[in-house]
Write a protein that binds this ligand. Structure first.
Ligand SMILES: *[C@@H]1O[C@H](CO)[C@@H](O)[C@H](O)[C@H]1NC(C)=O
Ligand SMILES: *[C@@H]1O[C@H](CO)[C@@H](O)[C@H](O)[C@H]1NC(C)=O
Ligand SMILES: *[C@@H]1O[C@H](CO)[C@@H](O)[C@H](O)[C@H]1NC(C)=O
Ligand SMILES: *[C@@H]1O[C@H](CO)[C@@H](O)[C@H](O)[C@H]1NC(C)=O
Ligand SMILES: *[C@@H]1O[C@H](CO)[C@@H](O)[C@H](O)[C@H]1NC(C)=O
Ligand SMILES: *[C@@H]1O[C@H](CO)[C@@H](O)[C@H](O)[C@H]1NC(C)=O
Ligand SMILES: *[C@@H]1O[C@H](CO)[C@@H](O)[C@H](O)[C@H]1NC(C)=O
Length: 384
């Protein structure tokens, strides 16, 4: 009996030791093994066939939902009344993205171009591309704002040119035309006499140059030499900084290309990225923990400073342009803006933006980037 008891006791001690040993293995060796696996599987390398294929030809569908603010009272606005808008849409496009022209360099970087194709999805849309909407004429109102400091006589001439080409302050066109371009006599005229003034040469439209185009030549770090640098942009079109903006800080190319980030994120990590479409770098910040189908995630959102004006947040003063980006419906913006337009109703669920990241691998699990394009309108004397 006594011997048996002793044996049982020894048995317990042995299993206790084993348990402690396993505990030690799990706490100390486990993460190292997992970290190794994460590093091995995230580095951009054709030998990692699965993650490389996913990086090259992102297998999840991307959808671009476009909404227009249809202007209901264009004539009254010209007399000084408050704009009244009604939201139309969504007009949904499926976006296919593929990396091509991939070249690996000796110094742990890789260059590529990312091509995109858009397909209209009628079943997901509310309305079709033949729907007609009235929006501010960016060409005329944008130009008018930029001509403010030119001599009065020149402003009168420009105003006459707008009239000649029948370009007014508002445009009524189909969604398809506004998105993918329409023929404009004024655009042809400007491209003939002032080549290089406009960003596009053919048709004029919000996304005229997007379909079947690429977002420029990106050179990014593969993570081979330093996993903390993986996906970071080394240069874009050969540039390590931009030249559009007024300050070096605004011109910086920060972070990744916006699809993936380095693994092993903490709540203090931020998500910086460079967007060629927005012509600038942006940075999202940690908001809260979450779960998607049991997988832990960190939710990243736009800090208040992202779209703040230069008075509120001095570094933004360098982003000088007649076109402004904000959250849709001026969500999180100065509430005074809501008083200037009728028909807006901001909510976080509908108009906030977020990226949900799996912190261990830096892979996005769910992304919803929602932006509104705003045009600064003002009366310019001489432009009638
Ligand atoms: C990129 O790849 C496409 C097709 O693969 C090719 O037609 C094009 O010339 C390449 N461009 C550059 C800049 O290498
Ligand atoms: C890496 O090599 C490429 C190609 O030679 C070059 O364009 C890039 O500037 C280099 N980057 C770094 C960080 O050395
Ligand atoms: C974009 O181009 C593709 C291929 O040329 C075409 O099938 C598609 O309809 C175009 N998308 C739009 C929205 O025009
Ligand atoms: C778009 O919708 C209108 C009516 O809502 C319809 O008459 C028209 O045929 C549709 N166009 C296309 C291309 O489906
Ligand atoms: C780029 O990063 C630097 C350093 O973090 C920051 O000061 C600067 O504002 C950033 N620029 C942009 C455009 O985000
Ligand atoms: C900048 O934003 C602040 C707060 O939102 C506002 O009070 C101020 O008038 C704005 N400044 C300009 C120049 O628009
Ligand atoms: C991703 O986010 C959207 C918007 O909040 C939500 O509707 C959707 O259910 C989320 N997707 C998944 C798989 O959780």
């Amino acid at each position: 009996m006594a011997i048996n008891k002793a044996k049982v006791a020894v048995g317990f001690i042995v299993s206790g030791v084993l348990m402690v040993f396993f505990g030690v293995v799990l706490t100390f060796v486990g993460p190292i093994i997992i970290d190794d696996q994460v590093v091995k599987n995230t580095v951009i390398d054709p030998k990692n066939s699965m993650s490389y294929t996913m990086w090259k030809d992102v297998p999840v569908p991307f959808f671009m939902s476009v909404y227009f603010f249809n202007v209901l009272n264009p004539q009254e606005i010209l007399k000084g009344e408050k704009p009244m808008v009604e939201q139309k849409g969504p007009f949904v496009y499926r976006k296919r993205i593929q990396k091509d022209n991939i070249t690996f360099h000796d110094n742990g970087t890789v260059s590529y171009r990312e091509y995109r194709t858009y397909y209209f999805e009628p079943t997901m849309s509310s309305g079709n591309e033949s729907d007609v909407v009235t929006i501010p004429n960016m060409l005329v109102l944008g130009a008018a704002g930029m001509m403010e400091n030119l001599p009065y006589a020149i402003r009168l001439m420009i105003s006459a040119t707008f009239k000649t080409f029948k370009e007014g302050p508002f445009l009524t066109k189909t969604v398809g035309e506004l998105m993918w371009g329409y023929d404009s006599g004024l655009v042809d005229f400007l491209n003939k006499w002032l080549p290089g003034m406009l960003p596009s040469t053919g048709k004029f439209g919000l996304f005229a140059e997007f379909n079947n185009s690429n977002t420029g030549l990106f050179t990014i770090f593969t993570g081979r030499d330093d996993i903390r640098k993986i996906h970071q942009v080394d240069s874009w079109n050969g540039l390590t900084e931009l030249n559009y903006w007024k300050t070096p800080q605004c011109n910086m190319i920060n972070g990744t290309a916006g699809q993936m980030w380095a693994p092993f994120m903490t709540r203090e990590s931020t998500l910086p990225f460079y967007s060629p479409d927005a012509c600038r770098s942006m940075e999202l910040v940690y908001q809260r923990d979450g779960k998607m189908q049991g997988i832990p995630l960190y939710r990243y959102v736009a800090p208040k400073t992202l779209f703040a004006n230069g008075t509120d947040y001095a570094p933004n003063a360098g982003f000088y342009s007649p076109v402004f980006i904000s959250h849709p419906h001026f969500y999180n913006a100065d509430p005074v803006l809501l008083d200037f337009v009728q028909g807006l109703n901001p909510t976080e669920e509908e108009h906030g933006l977020f990226i949900d990241i799996h912190p261990m691998t830096g892979v996005p699990l769910n992304v919803s980037i929602r932006l509104q394009l705003n045009l600064f309108m003002k009366t310019v004397s001489g432009i009638t």
